[in-house]
Design a protein around this ligand. Structure first.
Ligand SMILES: [Mn+2]
Length: 316
């Protein structure tokens, strides 16, 4: 594990490389995959980019995202997954990934469960893009567009350099990337700050129903299918809205429940130290990072809320 030399050797040998990111990709998944894709294409390789989720309007703001396709039946020489903590995160792309003649996984999640013989995992990296940066630096494959994509990944996964996962090294890497001359402020606006009117409406609606528990130490927002219909949005548009709750001084744990089906919810968790969000997600078989994690939960909404409030209050 964690041997760039071996990984570079394998990449150099392959002519036909398929890259994979997780289902419902976030900025780090996209930035990591696109940066690696641009770099390998420049090295003359045939590169395919796969994700099982169609690219949303928001994700189309990442340069090169139009190259990302739904997985098909074609077989590739080498498959590389980025930002996937376990094989299930590939969702509908699992079969395609496994059909590659060899596989590599590159990830930074604390909950990483090994699913390839060859992998590179750095649980201290604040973004997968930070690992891809080191890999591509060694391959001397960073140009302006690659740098911008990596920067976009780091910005989105670090809360624009605000999370506790950010280290001095993160800033050094960001500085080295910026030297390639892309417009950093424009990139941050485009991939991190910019929102749509629809998403604004969803945020306004969800926040108007937000509830606080335990002396305002636990915050919960719920996105219902009805909310998505009313605002012409989907569960993909909820990313980041949960931060409005964890930003309340008294809140130690914030939850966002997104209804995805009948009695089926996607639960996002944010926490402040020392509470471990990934440990709470683990109760439901999910995972993530110390301050940001997620899982799926089944049941009646009232029961779920009662249970997750107890999970948080037990840890406060
Ligand atoms: Mn990530």
């Amino acid at each position: 594990m964690n041997d760039f030399a071996n990984i570079i050797k394998i990449i150099n040998k392959a002519n036909d490389v398929a890259l994979y990111c997780h289902t419902n990709p976030d900025g780090d998944a996209l930035g990591s995959m696109l940066a690696l894709g641009f770099a390998l294409e420049k090295k003359g390789k045939k590169v395919s980019l796969y994700c099982d989720t169609p690219i949303s309007a928001r994700n189309s703001l990442f340069k090169g995202s139009e190259k990302i396709a739904l997985p098909d039946l074609s077989v590739h020489e080498l498959g590389i997954s980025v930002d996937c903590s376990d094989i299930d995160r590939l969702g509908g792309a699992v079969k395609s990934f496994l059909s590659c003649k060899s596989q590599i996984a590159i990830d930074h999640h604390r909950s990483f469960k090994r699913f390839t013989e060859i992998c590179y995992v750095d649980k201290d990296a604040c973004a997968c893009a930070q690992i891809i940066y080191k890999l591509l630096k060694e391959m001397k494959a960073i140009d302006k567009l690659v740098a911008e994509s990596l920067f976009a990944g780091i910005v989105t996964d670090s809360g624009c350099f605000a999370f506790s996962s950010v280290t001095p090294e993160t800033h050094v890497i960001a500085a080295e990337l910026m030297m390639h001359g892309f417009d950093a402020a424009e990139t941050i606006y485009r991939v991190y700050r910019c929102t749509s009117k629809e998403r604004f409406d969803l945020k306004r609606l969800a926040l108007s129903k937000a509830k606080l528990y335990n002396d305002n130490q636990i915050g919960i927002i719920v996105f219902t299918i009805d909310d998505f219909k009313k605002t012409n949005t989907s569960a993909l548009d909820t990313e980041g809205i949960i931060n409005e709750l964890i930003d309340i001084g008294s809140v130690k744990v914030a939850y966002a429940l997104s209804e995805v089906g009948d009695k089926n919810y996607k639960l996002s968790i944010r926490s402040k130290d020392p509470i471990d969000a990934s440990e709470i997600a683990g109760v439901y078989g999910g995972g993530g990072h110390k301050n940001a994690a997620g899982c799926r939960v089944n049941g009646y909404l009232e029961d779920i809320i009662e249970r997750i409030v107890k999970l948080a209050s037990d840890r406060i």
